[in-house]
Design a protein around this ligand. Structure first.
Ligand SMILES: Cc1ncc(COP(=O)(O)O)c(C=O)c1O
Length: 433
């Protein structure tokens, strides 16, 4: 329906085109808002009917509400796959690859077994191997760095920008050596990293840019999907992600057919023709049932992301004036899809325990920065080397932000957090003589 607003002849004067694009954008944004409103209403109704009972504890993530809302569609999609008995790389995987590629504004998607495998295959396709260095932020889920070592290469950790929690671009520049082959920025918590500067650096030095978009599907950078920036966009469909499967799953999005063909070979033991392996590969495939479920969910992703942003705005409004608490900051040239709504608090573990006593679960993403993980001891990093990541690891606290939360729950969480933080600020105040 929205496409009919765009002129089809291609001969209209320029100002017409601009007007049409703007109308389409506004219509799309209006449609998304309406859909988000309808979804929130549906959840409210389900809650009132007692289908999704609210316990005393507010979990940090509750996927049951979303399942209740989509149950009929999902069960039908699964049944259809069962009736075909085609489970691996079938029509749903092919269709999802096209749909995700289109959603990300790129030409190709290649479904794989997980977000970790998406990163691993992207590095392998980029030719990364023993003796190479790959620059990664010190503050992320461990998968970002783990894959580097699996290929015999060395992760080189750099610090993060304290405002966005994404890779510090000036440190990327300073860490490049003749062995550097690739950079993996992580769009942490759902906010894109500074891709413009990273693109320039990677172009200047001939490095591959691999976006870890595990947490940021749907986020925009400079008004384009963040997954479309760089050479490879690596997506995770882990169940807790903004677009989550009912098991593991992942996808790599790329712009060129040769890259897609290579990735397809890598995910199937290096073969494009059955039983003929041309290169070293392995088995990393997205299965049909997961793809079918994800195809049901994809049309809802924008409205869910919008609701997450509304929740974040509500938290920001209530928590903005709490002494000692730092709320998330969204950079002006990007959108944030709030995979996590993560604040920073003094005495984080005490605050967390108090929240739990008030019946509110929270999470810590992540308690140990990557350069201090025991598995990287041999690389010789020490506490104090990357202080921004280290401090973040001590202070971050993620609050529930899933779309099915109700406003009343956000108020309850905010009030509990305010009380907990204020009690800690008092504890931490210097005692006057
Ligand atoms: C930033 C980041 N990178 C990579 C991954 C790995 O994805 P998966 O769990 O699908 O392997 C995750 C997910 O947990 C993640 O959050």
């Amino acid at each position: 329906m929205l496409h009919s607003l765009v002129p089809r002849t291609g001969h209209e004067p320029e100002d017409w085109k601009v007007k049409c694009i703007s109308i389409r954008k506004r219509a799309h944004s209006f449609y998304k808002r309406l859909a988000a409103f309808e979804y929130r209403y549906l959840i409210l109704e389900l809650n009132l009917m007692g289908k999704n009972p609210k316990g005393a504890v507010i979990p940090v993530l509750n996927l049951k509400g979303q399942y209740q809302a989509l149950q009929d569609e999902i069960q039908l999609a699964i049944q259809k796959v069962l009736s075909t008995q085609s489970f691996i790389l079938g029509e749903n995987v092919a269709a999802l690859e096209e749909e995700i590629a289109q959603y990300c504004g790129v030409a190709y998607g290649v479904g794989v077994a997980s977000g970790t495998d998406a990163l691993l295959l992207a590095l392998k396709a980029a030719g990364v191997g023993p003796g190479d260095e790959v620059i990664v932020p010190a503050f992320s889920f461990v998968a970002t760095a783990d894959v580097v070592g699996l290929l015999g290469a060395v992760p080189v950790f750099v610090d993060i920008d304290p405002a966005s929690y994404t890779i510090d671009v000036s440190q990327v520049k300073a860490s490049i050596t003749p062995n550097t082959r690739a950079v993996i920025p992580v769009h942490l918590y759902g906010q894109p990293a500074n891709m413009a500067e990273l693109l320039t650096i990677c172009e200047e030095h001939g490095l591959t840019l691999i976006g870890d978009t595990a947490q940021a599907l749907g986020a925009d950078y400079h008004e384009s999907p963040v997954c479309s920036f760089g050479d490879f966009g690596c997506i995770s469909f882990f169940p807790s992600k903004n677009l989550g499967a009912y098991g593991d799953g992942g996808m790599i999005v790329v712009k060129q057919k040769e890259q897609a063909d290579l990735l397809k070979k890598l995910r199937s033991h290096g073969s494009s023709v059955k039983y003929c392996s041309e290169i070293q590969g392995w088995n990393s495939r997205l299965d049909e049932i997961q793809a079918a479920i994800l195809r049901v969910k994809l049309p809802y992703l924008d409205q869910w992301n919008l609701i997450r942003a509304e929740h974040a705005a509500m938290y920001n409004q209530i928590l903005g004036d709490v002494d000692g608490l730092i709320i998330p900051k969204t950079m002006s040239d990007r959108t944030h899809v709030f995979h996590q709504y993560t604040v920073r608090v003094p005495n984080r573990d005490a605050v967390r325990a108090m929240m739990l006593e008030s019946g509110i679960e929270t999470a810590v993403h992540y308690p140990i920065p990557l350069h201090l993980q025991p598995m990287y001891r041999s690389l010789g990093y020490r506490r104090g080397d990357l202080p921004v990541a280290e401090k973040a690891a001590e202070e971050v606290l993620s609050l529930p932000v899933y779309p099915e939360l109700e406003d009343s729950q956000i108020e309850r969480i905010s009030l509990a957090l305010r009380a907990a933080v204020e009690s800690q600020v008092e504890v931490l105040l210097p005692i006057e003589a």
